[in-house]
Design a protein around this ligand. Structure first.
Ligand code: SF4
Length: 401
């Protein structure tokens, strides 16, 4: 039955509470967990966007960062079977693959002409590949593409390397850095709260190890991303808890450079062998675009100590990616090819590859100034703002309903 306008109003957030929250944001005060939960209770998207845009423009003006990168997955063979993952295969299964070192280098070298600045490398937890394979791949990739930054491995993979090598993360990171590693990836975070995590994650890397490994990486001078997988069985309080754990760790280390809310994806195409690996999709609906925009906005408002919030456009489609720039986002990730971890393709026609020119146009058409960055978020090149001054968004955008 359709809700009446009054019922909708009652289920939202009281005006007095909205005023209180807005005052805190405009005064630059740190928001609390209950503040975050109340922000999620509001369905006033324009209001949330206005608050997040105020914070986003205060930090990053009209700039939108992007980089020219490619994804490389060395193996899809994995000892785990996380409930949201359609990428993993068991040894010997159809479509299971593991690249030889030479294959990985040849694949990366194919991308040499694209003025690539970053390779993003994440993989399954292969049960029998020796630990030494991984630094060897990095060394060979770096020798073949010395100008390309290597952003590789989730904290879950580093924890796995500890198990297969008998070494500690400290030594592992040192060897990987020596082989050319510039940054870890932000994956493996999903939702930290055990109430949810136990239902979606099928390995034993949880908050304690995830945070231990990122803390170690930060201590070695790395600036790392952090992610959150939302839109499955979690509730807003789990998202708030997730972000506040990261905020606390960031207060301690200052090493997180960007936060990336990742929208949980259903599979839109049957796998070639007919096996349903993504087991969550039978009992979930994917987060709507409105829920995604809300998640970007609340994340930007709560995470007052992380410089950037990213929309990984592959998971949202290009229109939502453009809209997200008015909801706290200031980074659209990269040109990305062959993104495979949570889905192989979607049904909304989102391309899996964008070139530098496509990203420039996407950002300028949304009214922002594109800035190409490297893995450490240093500026590679500033581009022109959109041609019309009226299209620019250097100030909080006046959106009033
Ligand atoms: S998400 Fe990663 S660890 Fe989990 S099953 Fe997929 S590849 Fe393996």
């Amino acid at each position: 039955m359709a809700q009446t306008r009054e019922a909708v109003r009652e289920s939202g957030l009281a005006e007095a509470r909205k005023r209180e929250l807005a005052e805190k944001v405009y005064a630059g005060q740190r928001l609390t967990g209950p503040d975050g939960i109340d922000l999620y209770r509001s369905d006033d998207l324009a209001w949330l966007g206005r608050l997040a845009h105020h914070v986003r423009t205060g930090r990053n003006r009209d700039r939108v960062m992007f980089n020219v990168n490619r994804h490389l997955n060395l193996t899809n063979v994995c000892s785990a079977a996380c409930a949201y993952c359609s990428f993993q295969r068991k040894p010997g299964e159809r479509a299971a693959y593991t690249m030889r070192v030479e294959e990985a280098v040849a694949k990366a070298a194919e991308m040499r002409d694209e003025q690539l600045t970053e390779l993003h490398i994440v993989n399954g937890l292969h049960p029998t590949l020796p630990w030494k394979y991984y630094p060897r791949v990095l060394r060979e990739l770096k020798a073949a593409l010395p100008e390309v930054s290597l952003k590789a491995f989730t904290a879950t993979e580093i924890h796995w390397f500890e198990k297969i090598s008998g070494l500690g993360a400290d030594e592992i990171l040192d060897e990987l850095i020596d082989a050319g590693l510039e940054s870890l990836t932000g994956g493996g975070a999903e939702i930290f709260d055990w109430e949810v995590r136990q239902h979606i994650v099928d390995h034993d890397t949880h908050w304690e190890d995830w945070s231990r490994i990122h803390r170690l990486a930060h201590g070695k001078g790395m600036r790392t991303p952090a992610t959150m997988l939302y839109g499955h069985v979690e509730e807003p309080r789990h998202r708030v808890d997730h972000v506040l754990r990261l905020r606390e760790l960031q207060d301690e280390t200052g090493g997180f450079v960007v936060f990336i809310p990742l929208r949980y994806q259903h599979d839109f195409h049957d796998s070639a062998d007919g096996v349903v690996r993504n087991r969550l999709q039978a009992r979930t609906t994917m987060a709507s675009p409105a829920e995604s925009l809300k998640t970007f906005a609340v994340s930007r408002l709560l995470l007052d100590n992380v410089p950037h919030v990213k929309c990984f456009w592959v998971m949202h489609g290009l229109s939502v990616a453009q809209l997200s720039l008015n909801f706290g986002v200031d980074d659209l990730d990269g040109s990305v090819a062959e993104y495979k971890i949570t889905h192989d393709a979607d049904s909304y026609g989102t391309p899996s590859t964008m070139h530098r020119e496509d990203l420039l146009k996407l950002i300028q058409d949304a009214g922002f100034r594109p800035v190409e960055r490297n893995t450490r978020y240093e500026v590679v090149r500033e581009y022109d703002p959109p041609p019309s001054q009226a299209q620019r968004r250097g100030e909080p955008q006046p959106v009033d309903f």
